[in-house]
Design a protein around this ligand. Structure first.
Ligand code: FAD
Length: 485
């Protein structure tokens, strides 16, 4: 690494996907930083699978990780929609449609392999410090001080909380903000972190009869199965609606016994024509019950503190967009820092400039994340037949809209992906849909794919927004109830 700019130093809390991506982006921009990870090894984290969309893959390619990640994945082939009895009602080639539109595949692999690839490909691994749980964040007159549980102190210009949905940095940010401006972070904003669904996640070895590279969604009233097959791995998810919505600061935590009890209830239910869920659970290599929180917070920064990744935006996992979004948020924030440090290499960055860069990051990312949250929200409820309206839309409307137009709807989201603007993306594969940030708007010409009628997209959008409005009204009503208590 060449001389770092300006003495500017970033303290990153958390060494998950967001924290490791931050280290890549900062190293590529030649910005001094340290990543403080609570656990002893960033690569050994438990977890299930992760799906990567072309927007996330572009950033991973810029970070030099895509080749290694791709080597772990078999192409995705068929996507089946199934009734509760396991019978397929439709089959689509969604992965092919995604590739046709963007040039890159949609891939699924163990989350751990993505984390390992991010770590393995870091030019300077000494930036990542393990067994460093952040315990305290203090703003000083011209910087930040971060104390870790082992008694060490780190100083820098800014701190970025990549410490997940239960972020400690966010707690400090809220406290600092409300001390400086009473009421700045409202009770409503804090409790907007809500859990409506839990998910039984895990993976088993490959199961005869379930294919390789296939995706099976089994709809049931109030819950759904999702099973994705890859070589030697059958990833499973059961999305289960909780009896009531749980709001922050209550954090739903489930024990191994809770997971066993839920799995036992579902044991004899089919996940395909030939396989029952109990078979997957019995053969599982890993399995646990987790909460699926949902939120896009209003405030992503205050003073010298910013939050990024799941600490700022947390989605249900049906859309497979949380990790991809963390990569985009990383690119958005470091693009801003790099631009400023390049323009003024010898000037100490003032609080005003930091606030402006943080605000630009939030303004760029928050509207997109609200859109992503809404789509993930809809997908979870559609797949789990959450009420008659969702069941009607999933059974009658989506088949009428058709696979190509559903793929267009996703493409409309993917093409707005944000990548690092200071790192080249050599020879990206072309698809039929141009990226919003590609000034040449280069695509594969003369194809009807990705150019379906706006009317269909409009109709699909309308249906989903109607339901989103219903959701918004319910949330507002619950907030009104809170206020009137
Ligand atoms: C089962 C499952 C499946 C998923 N599937 C997909 C998918 O298919 N596609 C997709 O894009 N996304 C998926 N996601 C979401 C994705 O995994 C997350 O959005 C992503 O991992 C968020 O990364 P993060 O770094 O922000 O947070 P995390 O991954 O939660 O990382 C936070 C890190 O901070 C550390 N930490 C916490 N507190 C402290 C502290 N006080 N001090 C220091 N370090 C701390 C933690 O140990 C951890 O390493 C899935 C999530 C789950 C749970």
């Amino acid at each position: 690494m060449t001389t770092e700019k300006n003495g500017f130093r970033v303290i990153v809390a958390g060494g998950g996907i967001a924290g490791l991506a931050m280290s890549h982006a900062l190293q590529l921009a030649n910005i001094d930083h340290v990543v403080l990870e609570a656990y002893g090894d960033v690569r050994s984290h438990v977890g299930a699978s992760i799906g990567l969309w072309p927007n996330g893959i572009r950033v991973l390619e810029q970070m030099g990780c895509w080749k290694q990640i791709k080597s772990h994945c078999a192409p995705m082939v068929d996507s089946y929609n199934r009734l509760p009895n396991g019978k397929a009602i439709s089959t689509s080639r969604l992965a092919d449609m995604i590739k046709a539109r963007h040039g890159y595949d949609f891939v699924v692999l163990e989350r751990q392999l993505v984390v390992a690839s991010l770590y393995d490909n870091l030019p300077d691994k000494s930036r990542i410090l393990v067994n460093k749980r952040v315990a305290n964040v203090t703003e000083t007159s011209d910087g930040v001080r971060v104390d870790t549980e082992d008694g060490t102190t780190y100083e820098g210009d800014i701190v970025v909380g990549c410490d997940g949905v239960n972020s400690t940095v966010r707690d400090f940010m809220w406290a600092v903000a409300n001390k400086a401006i009473p009421g700045y972070i409202s009770a409503q904003e804090k409790r907007s972190l809500a859990t409506t669904y839990a998910c039984l996640i895990g993976f088993a070895p490959d199961m005869p009869g379930m294919g390789c590279g296939d995706c099976h969604t089994v709809h049931n009233d109030g819950f759904s199965f999702l099973v994705i097959t890859q070589p030697r791995r059958t990833f499973f998810f059961v999305f289960i609606k909780l009896p009531k919505v749980i709001h922050w600061p209550t954090r739903p935590r489930f024990t191994a016994e809770d997971a066993e009890a839920e799995a036992a209830k579902l044991s004899d239910l089919p996940v395909s024509d030939t396989v029952l869920f109990g078979e997957l659970w019995r053969k599982r290599i890993r399995g646990q019950l987790i909460a699926l929180e949902e939120v896009v917070f209003d405030h992503w920064h205050f003073g010298r503190i910013a939050i990024l990744g799941d600490s700022a935006h947390k989605l249900t996992i049906n859309l497979a967009f949380g990790g991809n979004s963390a990569l985009e948020s990383t690119a958005a924030l470091v693009n801003g820092l790099n631009r400023e440090l390049k323009a003024y290499p010898n000037r100490k960055m003032s609080q005003e400039t930091i606030s402006r860069i943080f605000q630009e990051y939030q303004e760029l990312r928050k509207p997109r994340m609200k859109r992503v949250l809404n789509l993930a929200y809809q997908l979870t409820r559609l797949q789990a037949w959450d009420g008659w309206f969702m069941k009607f839309v999933q059974r009658r409307v989506i088949p009428w809209v058709g696979d190509e137009r559903v793929a267009d709807h996703f493409a409309d989201l993917v093409k707005g992906g944000i990548k690092l603007d200071y790192v080249p993306l050599p020879n990206p594969p072309l698809g039929t849909v141009a990226w919003d940030d590609d000034s040449a708007k280069e695509t594969i010409a003369n194809s009807s794919i990705g150019k379906s009628s706006n009317l269909f997209l409009w109709a699909l959008g309308l249906i989903l927004s109607l339901n989103a409005s219903y959701y918004l009204v319910s949330v507002l009503r619950s907030q009104y109830t809170l206020q009137s208590l």
